[in-house]
Ligand binder design. Structure first.
Ligand SMILES: NC(=O)c1ccc[n+]([C@@H]2O[C@H](COP(=O)([O-])OP(=O)(O)OC[C@H]3O[C@@H](n4cnc5c(N)ncnc54)[C@H](OP(=O)(O)O)[C@@H]3O)[C@@H](O)[C@H]2O)c1
Length: 482
């Protein structure tokens, strides 16, 4: 029922930054899983590229260790067969070393893809050399990791640099949230069913909540994170993409530009956010863990590790319906959820005793991917009409059984989409720029005001002010729970 695997065309995939954290934790293990699933053809080749002086054996040993760590259940022979397909080139993105060898390694007649899994400062240099050394022709694809710029000006500059060497159809800007099964299911639920779409508007929806909560802090990535903060690191990309998918108009077809045109319209319809509709927070120290400021080694840091916002979309479908976005680190549980909270029934025939009941459609991205529709029924038993809300629960694991384990993770799916040449789940340059154009004034606003993030307890749901953002309008955040 789940895995109808369609093998992709033979390919050469070069991972710049092949020795880095992302390659070891996500890209290489993901490729191995696709190899086992039969999607990565036997003729495919993967080449790691970085400055480290490694021979191919040492790179293969590193890759083997990485896969063993991330894929506990595996077949030794299959792992051997996968590892044989890995090569390595020592290369410097900013120099001339290694480029002729890389050009020599590329085969004719196969898809060529280049994954930029290096610091963003190297994206431009890589694009330039790939083109300059004739390694990437007009059919090649490049995969660009986040962050894509840190504001509109830098995103524009990066788009312009990439555009000097590659057409938009060759550029795959990754937002791994878009590769999650449930995120795509969101489109299936909205546009594959008659049930929801007629209700999917301001007339029937009271508000929508999007929460991406993490339990980890920023230790280890402090230097990067303190320059970014929750707004740049999470809201501008992941939460914004989720907002687009939940709010967009039905595209005419499930095709890359049709979908991305509709997402872009949502971003362009976002109102500026009032300062009192933004709550920023920073986690305090706990008994076990240091504070945010200690983690980033910045005692005066004003960067937020938590952000909550109330957002409005000015279009016919959503005028008047608020969208509440919230994300943070060191929160109570690791969970990502979108909740569509419907309005009260216009008139309750059960009177006040019936209480207030609202349908909520909750879409869980992680953990336990699935959906729950909360419906109101009569509480069983005699003694009058008391109403109770019960969940119609669909977890992928339960609905699909053991096969749910074979669902590819986000990176696996997205890499295969690159090879297939399908850009639907990747951000287009104008989308990224529009997202920054909306984000920049919010950041500039709190910087100009000198706002200091509110401290919050580790293991909580964020600062109290975030709860107040909802309470003052008679609404409530959904509980953050795993
Ligand atoms: N790690 C994650 O979970 C994650 C999540 C989302 C996005 N990202 C993004 O993914 C990218 C990679 O992140 P990462 O965590 O894997 O970084 P990382 O662990 O620091 O790895 C960086 C890689 O780049 C290579 N490198 C550095 N300078 C180079 C140069 N001049 N020429 C060629 N290779 C060079 C490094 O190898 P050598 O030192 O041997 O050259 C290493 O393989 C970044 O853009 C990051 O923002 C990462």
């Amino acid at each position: 029922m789940v895995s109808r695997v369609i093998p992709v065309e033979p390919f050469d995939l070069v991972i710049f930054g092949g020795t880095g954290d992302l390659a070891r934790r996500k890209i290489l293990p993901g490729l191995f899983r696709r190899f086992v699933a039969g999607q990565m053809p036997r003729e495919a080749r993967v080449v790691g590229a970085a400055r480290s002086e490694l021979d191919v054996g040492a790179f293969q040993a590193m890759a083997r260790e990485a896969v063993e760590e991330e894929v506990p259940r595996r077949d030794g022979a299959e792992l051997d067969a996968f590892i044989e397909r890995l090569g390595y080139v020592q290369i410097d993105a900013t120099g001339e070393q290694g480029w002729s060898e890389l050009a020599f390694r590329m085969r004719e007649g196969v898809v060529r893809a280049f994954y930029f899994s290096v610091a963003p400062g190297l994206f431009g240099a890589l694009a330039e050399r790939l083109h300059g050394h004739g390694v990437a022709g007009p059919d090649a694809r490049i995969v660009v990791e986040k962050p894509f710029g840190r504001d509109l000006a830098s995103a524009r500059a990066l788009n312009a640099t990439l555009a000097e060497h590659f057409s938009e159809g060759q550029i795959y800007r990754i937002d791994h949230y878009l590769g999650k099964e449930t995120v795509q299911n969101l489109m299936a639920v909205r546009f594959g069913n008659m049930l929801f779409e007629p209700l999917w508007n301001a007339q029937y929806v009271d508000h929508i909540q999007i929460t991406v909560a993490e339990t980890v802090g920023v230790a280890g990535r402090g230097a990067y994170y303190d320059q970014a903060g929750a707004m740049r690191d999470m809201v501008q990309n992941h939460l914004m993409q989720l907002l687009c998918l939940i709010a967009m108009e039905p595209p005419a077809r499930f095709e890359p530009d049709a979908v991305r045109d509709e997402k872009l319209k949502v971003i362009r319809s976002l109102d500026p956010v009032e300062p009192y509709h933004i709550v920023r927070g920073q986690y305090d120290r706990s008994e076990e863990c240091p504070s945010y400021r200690a983690d980033v080694d910045g005692l005066r840091s004003r960067t937020e590790s938590f952000a909550a916002l109330k957002v409005h979309i000015s279009n016919w479908r959503w005028a008047g319906t608020p969208f509440y976005l919230r994300t943070g680190k060191r929160l109570k549980a690791r969970t990502s959820e979108i909740a569509v909270v419907f309005k009260d029934a216009p008139h309750s025939i059960f009177g006040v005793e019936g209480g207030r009941h609202r349908n909520v459609l909750s879409i869980r991205l992680q953990p336990n991917e699935g959906m729950t529709l909360h419906v109101t029924i009569k509480e069983p038993g005699p003694g009058g009409m008391r109403l109770v809300d019960v969940p119609l629960d669909m977890s992928f694991a339960e609905a699909l059984g053991p096969e749910a384990e074979d669902i590819p993770d986000a990176y696996e799916r997205l890499i295969m989409d690159v090879i297939r040449g399908n850009q639907t789940l990747f951000m287009r340059g104008d989308e990224v720029e529009a997202a920054w154009a909306w984000t920049d004034p919010l950041i500039a606003g709190w910087e100009a005001r000198g706002d200091v993030p509110k401290p919050y307890e580790q293991g909580s749901a964020g600062p109290e002010d975030a709860a107040v953002l909802m309470y003052r309008e008679g609404r409530k955040w959904r509980e953050i729970k795993a």
